[in-house]
Design a protein around this ligand. Structure first.
Ligand SMILES: Nc1nc2c(c(=O)[nH]1)N[C@H]1C(S)=C(S)[C@@H](COP(=O)(O)O)O[C@H]1N2
Ligand SMILES: [Mo]
Length: 445
């Protein structure tokens, strides 16, 4: 008897036994992902734009993007927390959606195995787009999570992988949504107006209900089934949890991930809640410089021998030539304070820190750019590494809150935060806030 009811091959309808699978469960998860993944895609594109990749090859991690850069725009400097918000949402939402994604994929597994492979050309195309869709979404989540959790497992190449992967995925996603979303909305609406009971029953659910014996698959009421749906098991196991209960489990998993991730967008006690944020990195310690550190001075090969008062000079080049300034000379210029966060592409950010230093536009004026500061190339003392230089756009240089910072929170910058001088720009991703600045070249990137 069990041999009849338990076909061994995943291609036979009876192989999949969960009474949870069905159009309602899949549609609810699908609609959550429709909204969530759209936000992920948009915030991801914004993050790429925030690097100002079309400003200089120095900023561009995917130089072969071609027309995929069609939407790029000059990243603004206000509101000053812009990138902290967009990238915090991108990373935190991505982590939060993992249970929803896994549940959604689990709910449609029978469809991946359904036979015949293709009923028509349109059906064949749809199934190919499903491979790109599933492959693409897994690829994006895996590369994203590995990058933020394991810190550069893809040396230098995370950006092109994640960027091109997003475009492949989204092409398939658009096709999929066009084909499926109207149906999903109808399914959820219909069940709501019928008062979805939350049991495994319902029009296309398990015939016979929770108490049915496992062998009663032929005794249901086929006349109630709207259409045979490959998702609905013809021989379901007895339910151990209702569909609604299963959704609560998925939601609870998401909530847990959210609660243990969102703290990475803050510092102080809230950061302690970010149990999922990578640990074992540099300990920022306490005091004025006690906020998150990305790469330490030791990692970057920065020693007192190159940052000391006698050794270090800022080399400024512009329209009128080159000037060299010691830190003492910089401290003698009019200083300004800005309260700005550091917001990294990896989704962590700090609350506002009080930076004090020389406005970038005042430095531009020192080398002949008085009214209309141009673009700027900033280079670090650091000899190796992708982030040792960055280009800033004229609008970022012109903002009076953009500084070459010398102090933070009332104290000298610590070596790890960029002593003797670092850039800080409102709304910009952390990567543009170059530490241990050695040279600034205005115009002519
Ligand atoms: N020279 C140099 N500057 C750098 C980096 C770097 O690796 N080298 N990392 C950048 C990145 S990715 C971030 S998020 C910020 C982090 O600044 P913090 O370590 O002071 O918090 O510094 C930026 N400035
Ligand atoms: Mo960063």
């Amino acid at each position: 008897m069990p041999a009849l009811d338990s076909p061994r091959l995943p291609t036979s309808p009876g192989f999949w036994r969960s009474p949870l699978r069905g159009p309602w469960f899949t549609s609810v998860l699908g609609l959550v992902l429709l909204v969530g993944v759209t936000v992920l895609f948009v915030t991801g594109l914004l993050s790429y734009a925030a690097y100002n990749p079309d400003l200089s090859p120095v900023n561009d991690k995917t130089p072969d993007k071609g027309i995929l850069g069609f939407y790029l725009f000059a990243w603004p400097t206000r509101p000053y927390w812009l990138y902290r918000l967009t990238q915090g949402v991108h990373v935190t939402l991505g982590i939060t959606l993992v249970p929803v994604l896994l549940a959604k994929l689990w709910s449609v597994v029978p469809r991946l195995f359904a036979l015949p492979p293709a009923r028509s050309l349109a059906h064949a195309l749809e199934r190919i787009s499903l491979l790109l869709l599933v492959g693409g979404v897994l690829f994006e989540f895996v590369t994203g999570v590995l990058n933020i959790q394991l810190d550069y497992v893809f040396p230098g190449s995370f950006y092109p992988l994640h960027f091109y992967g997003a475009w492949v995925f989204v092409s398939a996603f658009v096709v999929h949504v066009a084909l499926r979303a109207p149906m999903a909305v109808r399914t959820v609406r219909r069940r709501r107006s019928e008062g979805e009971s939350g049991t495994s029953g319902g029009p296309s659910g398990a015939p016979g209900g929770p108490g049915a014996s496992g062998a009663s698959d032929a005794s249901g009421a086929p006349s109630v089934l709207p259409a045979p749906d490959v998702l609905v098991s013809p021989a379901p196991d007895p339910p151990t949890v209702s569909r609604r209960g299963a959704l609560w489990l998925v939601g609870g998993g998401s909530l847990l991930l959210f609660a243990t991730s969102a703290g990475r967008g803050f510092d102080g006690p809230l950061r302690e809640t970010a149990l999922l944020a990578p640990h074992g990195g540099p300990d920022p310690g306490s005091g004025p410089n006690g906020f998150q550190i990305n790469k330490t001075a030791a990692y970057a090969g920065i020693t007192p021998a190159v940052t000391g008062e006698d050794a270090w000079r800022l080399v400024l080049t512009g329209r009128t030539g080159t000037v060299r300034l010691s830190r003492a000379r910089l401290l003698g210029l009019p200083l300004r304070s800005s309260a700005l966060p550091i917001a990294c592409v990896e989704g962590w950010s700090t609350s506002d820190q009080w930076w004090r230093g020389v406005p970038l536009r005042d430095l531009a004026a020192l080398v002949g750019h008085d009214d209309d500061p141009p673009d700027l190339l900033v280079e670090s003392l650091q000899q190796h590494g992708a982030f040792r230089r960055a280009a800033l756009r004229a609008n970022q240089v012109a903002d009076p809150r953009s500084l070459l910072a010398l102090y933070v929170n009332g104290e000298d910058l610590s070596p790890d935060h960029g002593y003797p001088a670092r850039v800080i720009v409102p709304a910009a991703p952390g990567v543009l806030n170059t530490k241990w600045v050695a040279r600034m070249t205005f115009g002519d990137l």
